[in-house]
Design a binder for this molecule. Structure first.
Ligand code: IPE
Ligand code: IPE
Ligand code: MG
Length: 236
């Protein structure tokens, strides 16, 4: 089946529905997040096996700090555990991990784990996994604007030279545009996910909750992508 399909260059996943998945089973929200983490691991390995070049995942939004402390603390510990536990497999598969988002106010243990995995995987040559952690699309645009203004002020960049490449290279990560954005759980919104990069993405909103979004569902999203006609403003 993969043979006849175009694999998008860059897929983004808004991993939503862990809480509802747990609630339906009478479990704690933490159990839902743990199951979501298992699903993410499977999807990363699958993405690598089908030759996906870029996978961006929304792990924690700047707004998710509004959640209660028990849930936030659980998620922070889960990130650290995941990066440690899955590190060897990530290396074996040559996955390169990068992060998008604000460092502040992430706890030091999370920042250390992020820095370590970024450093150790920086020369890996397979799928790039961009983890959006304490990420907000609006903040990314604000931070990019400040970086560019600073360069203009210190004279290293002239106003006339600012173009779309300048913008891309001053975002958190210089990544190609998103081709496909998937949001699980039936919600029909972006919730501040990669606003700039999603300009011409195709959208796919399966009702399934993220922990149940496994390899077959991922492939179904790619099949659906293959049915879309992308026009990019032209008259194809
Ligand atoms: C997504 O699942 C995971 C994070 C936002 C970290 P949710 O926790 O938002 O799950 P629901 O939306 O409550 O079901
Ligand atoms: C978006 O999901 C953030 C992540 C998946 C990490 P939310 O569950 O936080 O989004 P809203 O609050 O429903 O918009
Ligand atoms: Mg949610």
């Amino acid at each position: 089946m993969i043979d006849n399909l175009v694999i998008p260059n860059h897929i983004g996943i808004i991993m939503d529905g862990n809480g509802r998945w747990a609630k339906m089973r009478g479990l704690s929200r933490s159990a839902g997040h743990r199951e979501g983490a298992n699903t993410l691991k499977k999807l990363c390995l699958y993405a690598e096996s089908i030759g996906l070049k870029y996978l961006s995942v929304y792990a924690f939004s700047t707004e998710n700090f509004k959640r209660n402390k028990v849930e936030v603390d659980f998620l922070m510990n889960l990130f650290v555990d995941m990066f440690k536990k899955e590190f060897q497999e990530i290396m074996d598969r040559q996955v390169k991990v990068v992060f998008s988002g604000h460092r502040d106010p992430l706890p030091k243990k999370v920042l250390d784990a992020m820095d370590e995995i970024t450093f150790k995987t920086k020369n890996n040559t397979s799928t790039v996994l961009n983890v959006c952690l304490n990420y907000g699309g609006q903040s990314e645009i604000l931070d990019m604007t400040k970086k560019i203004v600073k360069q203009v002020q210190d004279g290293s960049l002239s106003l006339d030279d600012i173009n779309l490449d300048t913008i891309s290279s001053n975002l958190y990560q210089d990544l190609p545009p998103l081709d496909l954005v998937i949001r699980t759980s039936g919600e029909l919104r972006l919730s501040n996910f990669m606003l700039y990069q999603a300009s011409y993405a195709e959208f796919y909103f399966p009702k399934i909750l993220f922990p149940d979004f496994l390899e077959n569902e991922f492939m179904e999203a790619i099949v659906e992508f293959n049915k879309r006609t992308r026009k990019f403003g032209g008259n194809v």
